[in-house]
Design a protein around this ligand. Structure first.
Ligand code: FAD
Length: 435
């Protein structure tokens, strides 16, 4: 007996796809290789589950990377996000007893702040819709025989399930401890799809050791509302603003995580050390006025007077080659300019942090790259290569900003894929009967 819809992967995208398919009367099966489904969902938002963002759904579109052209990922996701928006997700959860709350920065969480409540809701809905969930089952290979998907779940050819349609919702490669296998890329390729090389996204930046050594004691210091930018071969590539956190090896925090999809080793990240300080010219003017007025004070003291944390003042002085006791009156003009550049925000402002590497698969929260968007119909999530095959969630070449954009994309694409697969299965079954 063939299932109407076989879903590979029991994360939010896969579970929601199965629920949506079952709502349309399809017999849906979910295959999940971990012993429990939704492990990444449970870890999301530090266990609190930041499942979406507030505001208008059209404002979500610029928050996604992926595709070959700027803005392509947002355009690709548009039909899925509009068909099942952030407010639809809020209503869906609230009607079923999980109330949500929006933080002042727009992030939306369950009021209980328990990711488990969101997972329990998905699983209860799946049970009620008679979705069959098989855990501890890793899909090894896929093939198509007589217009059916033959799913091999063990090395030996015996463990086989068949589906009229198949939804690939295996997620990406980040956080293997939470179930990520990267299998989806191999499985998609085996069915004829290309794969955009997966790379870590929403990852911390590791700064070259020599350049970062003065800042190592600042681990844990944060810069709220800082301007950051990435520069390659002297040209600005992308910019962001938001909180920046110093770590033992470099930079993290929402602004850096969001910027990371554009960052490669060899680039330079500029981070304004004095958020809100204005451009280089005005910052240097302010510094010059302070120096003129307080020549006997130390530069470190002046910088702290401007609002720089003590630890960052010491680090910045060392980074520009000044001793900690340097008096303001002794400050060379070039050093004053270098300090102003590091403090400033805006064009070319910000302290230069040369990038050594990006945090790897155990640190990146999502995966950039995946199944190319041009090979998937955004109105249905159907493969343009193989009829009956659908994609949902992070396996696609889409990566969202922090703030709930990734889970919203998983829910929206999951729902669209599940609905479309159910319809396809119904027409396929009808075609077989009338043949
Ligand atoms: C620590 C952390 C915190 C995060 N916090 C947030 C947050 O607060 N808000 C937000 O929006 N996003 C967050 N994310 C990102 C978000 O969790 C993911 O983007 C989302 O879970 C993707 O959903 P998915 O269903 O596509 O993939 P996944 O959740 O990865 O689910 C895929 C499933 O497929 C299974 N699988 C893989 N290969 C196979 C196979 N061969 N056979 C069978 N099963 C297989 C996996 O075990 C997994 O259960 C966070 C990520 C991490 C790592």
């Amino acid at each position: 007996m063939a299932w109407d819809v076989v879903v590979v992967g029991g994360g939010p995208a896969g579970l929601f796809a199965a629920v949506a398919a079952a709502e349309r009367g399809a017999r849906a099966l979910v295959l999940e290789h971990m012993s429990n489904p939704g492990r990444k969902l449970l870890a999301s938002g530090g266990g609190q589950c930041n499942l979406t963002h507030g505001g208008e759904i059209m404002d979500f579109l610029p928050h996604y990377g992926g595709g070959t052209r700027p803005g392509e990922a947002g355009r690709f996701l548009r039909p899925a996000l509009y068909a099942f928006s952030n407010s639809d997700l809020v209503t869906w959860c609230t009607r079923r007893g999980v109330s949500l709350t929006e933080d002042p920065d727009g992030r939306v969480f369950p009021i209980s702040r328990r990711a488990q409540d969101v997972l329990d809701l998905l699983l209860a809905e799946a049970r009620q819709r008679r979705v069959e969930l098989r855990t501890g089952v890793r899909v090894r290979s896929l093939r198509v025989e007589r217009s059916r998907f033959v799913v091999l779940t063990a090395a030996e050819q015996k463990s086989v399930v068949e589906g009229l349609t198949l939804v690939l919702a295996t997620g990406g490669r980040s956080y293997p401890s939470l179930g990520a296998t990267g299998d989806g890329y191999r499985l998609a390729a085996s069915l004829g799809h290309a794969v955009v090389s997966p790379r870590p996204a929403l990852a911390p930046v590791v700064v070259k050791r020599n350049a970062f050594s003065p800042f190592v004691p600042c681990a844990g210091v944060s810069l709220p509302g800082a301007a950051v930018a990435v520069v390659r071969a002297g040209r600005p590539i992308a910019e962001e603003s938001g909180d920046v956190l110093f770590t033992h090896r470099g930079l993290s925090g929402p602004a850096i995580l969001n910027l990371s999809r554009h960052v490669f080793p060899g680039d330079v990240v500029l981070a304004s050390l004095l958020p809100g300080s204005g451009d280089i010219r005005s910052t240097e003017g302010r510094l010059a006025a302070e120096v003129a007025a307080h020549g006997k004070r130390t530069v470190a003291n002046l910088l702290q007077g401007l609002g720089l944390a003590a630890c960052l003042s010491r680090a910045l002085l060392a980074a520009v080659g000044l001793g900690p006791g340097t008096k303001a009156a002794e400050l060379p003009r070039e050093a004053r300019h270098a300090l102003a550049v590091s403090l400033a925000s805006g064009a070319n402002g910000g302290h230069p942090f040369p990038v050594g590497s990006l945090g790897g698969w155990n640190e990146a929260m999502v995966t950039a790259g995946g199944v190319p968007l041009g090979e998937v119909d955004p109105k249905t999530m159907a493969s343009r290569i193989l009829p009956g095959l659908f994609f949902a969630g992070e396996v696609l070449d889409v990566d969202g900003d922090t703030g709930g954009y990734n889970l919203q994309a998983a829910f929206s694409t999951g729902r669209l894929a599940g609905t479309s697969a159910a319809e396809k299965a119904r027409s396929e079954a009808r075609r077989r009967v009338t043949r």
